[in-house]
Design a protein around this ligand. Sequence first.
Ligand code: GLC
Ligand code: CA
Length: 555
Amino acid sequence: MKKQWWHDKVAYQIYPKSFYDSNGDGIGDVPGIIEKLDYLKNLGVDIIWISPIYVSPCADQGYDVADYCGIDPQFGTMEDVERLIAEAKKREMYIVMDLVVNHCSDEHEWFQKAIADPDGEYGSYFYIETVKDGKLPCNWRSYFGGPVWDKLPGHEDKYYLHVFHKKQPDLNWENPKLRQKVYEMIRWWLEKGIAGFRIDAIINIKKVLPWKDYPADREDGLCNIDCMLKEAKGIGEFFAEMRDQVFLPYQAFTVGEVFNEKEEEIPDFIGDNGYFSSMFDFKETCAGKSIKGWYDCNVPSPDEYKECCFSSQRQSENIGFFSNIIENHDEPRGVSHYLPENACNDRGKKLLAAMYFMLRGLPFIYQGQEIGMTNKQFHSIEEIDDVSSKDEYQVALNAGLTPEEAIQAVGHYSRDNARTPFQWNDGKNAGFTVGTPWLGLNENYKEINAAAQVGQEDSVFTFYQKLIALRRNPEYKETIIYGTTEPIFEDIPNVMGYFRKGSEKSLLILGNFNVEKQTLPVQNIKKVLLNNLPELEYNDNQLTLDSYQAVILEV
Ligand code: GLC
Ligand code: CA
């Protein structure tokens, strides 16, 4: 495996709208990010992925882009972004933008021109079909509910495809002209000095053509998009072209949002000369998901969690780096999802942090994760902004749940859990804004906030700082970055253990997800590098982990 400049880095995801509001309009913005760069530097992160800040009507919170080369005024100006890139550089940090090119906004100029002339050049940038007798070209269900086809405004018999929201028409990647337009835009951004891109929903750019139906899987007569994605052939040609034409010449860092990859494809995706530098490991976030909808999902057990992690480690071994996460802007808060309620405290949060952070790969921290932000308790659907949650709520009601049951079930998975404003301090609006926050805060900001944790020896924040410092420590760096992962105690319920073995050092990472203590045979402990508790019980080669204890040992 070729070594890359980003292998030893730590990445951080910012969801700008909820990070820090610099001007009191209740919306986080780019100047707000700049103000907090020193906070991030102090935490120790290097690469910053910024969720979309392009011009957008925000039908899907910026993932519906109306102008790829313009900044939405709610977030700031292009000058602000240039300043952000420069300020990041000064601090030896790298800016990674979100690349949303499976679709654009219906308010993008291209789509507007396609509406004006569906048979003209811009019509061929999208998938537009003439529909006779009301029979849609295919029965795929969009990710946010309902058919993927909607009427092209102003045209009675013409429909366009959108696998997400109807305000997110899919771009037609089969059209080489469209692809060149996209590449031009990518180059334009790379010329500005960003380090690269997180690549949104990219697995959807190849469609099965000609359009075809699949067996319906709900009463709506539609089928899950996955049926189509599984059959679509040839996406690699698009990826390879994009890599060769834009990413390679700029040495860009790229991380793909890739779901449901087949194991044998992983080398093509993230091996040497893969399509992307890295891709997210979503095995853990997908565990327990149900085809029926969020209301039917199960929270993964600690053993399921560890199996997912280990399976991904095995699959990427000697090939490349997955990007490891416990949450992002589309997922519940990791500590509320992977830890039982009784363990969703500082101790448990540090345990989960140590377990995923020490895996081989590139660790990503999602904003607020480093201070242990949790899911919000939603009491009614009125408190929710997210389009996907609204759809899933309806799906739950259709399945027969009462409104109370539906909000309970769907609330846990709502994307708004991760999107509540960042909790900077215990003052008004958690210090996020002096105005009215665009989305309600999590009530627990008085207890959980950055000001209470930075510089405090025992805080979750400081624990993350220590994990990052350990990854950088010249003595252990090589082992943590390139060492192998070897699971141990795999059969012991609720115990997660693995070695990271380098050419010179061996580390052992152990975590106890049990309420009860757990005694394990461990030999030759040379040093305790990190412990989420003040003490460690170790006698006669028997190590006893307390409830939810985690340790990182040199052995
Ligand atoms: C990705 C984004 C998500 C968005 C979707 C459509 O999954 O992470 O937030 O809704 O793509 O762009
Ligand atoms: Ca603002």
